[in-house]
Write a protein that binds this ligand. Structure first.
Ligand SMILES: [Ca+2]
Ligand SMILES: [Ca+2]
Length: 89
């Protein structure tokens, strides 16, 4: 009786770890959304949620491709889209 209870406790403790290992293979994922988010936040010096003016300097070469609505600014959505398609690295 006590042994059975112990086994079920161990099974409960081990199961989530095994699941996590099979779900996330290490080192195979491309730049994640979290990384793109961090890059955007680092570039957005005034934290207004948009890259404009000097904040876009690092992305000037690709600005026409990143700035899909052509307002001269890079929104968070535009940045994420560009990141997914490999324009922003
Ligand atoms: Ca900004
Ligand atoms: Ca824009």
């Amino acid at each position: 009786m006590r042994y059975a209870a112990l086994v079920s406790v161990i099974a409960l403790a081990v199961a989530p770890a095994a699941f996590a290992q099979t779900k996330t293979p290490s080192g195979t994922q491309p730049a994640s959304a979290t990384t793109a988010e961090a890059k955007f936040n680092a570039a957005d010096k005034n934290s207004n949620g948009t890259l404009e003016g000097a904040e876009t300097d690092a992305y000037r070469a690709d600005l026409t491709r990143i700035d899909t609505n052509k307002d001269g600014k890079i929104s968070r959505d535009e940045f994420m889209t560009a990141s997914k398609s490999g324009i922003v690295r």
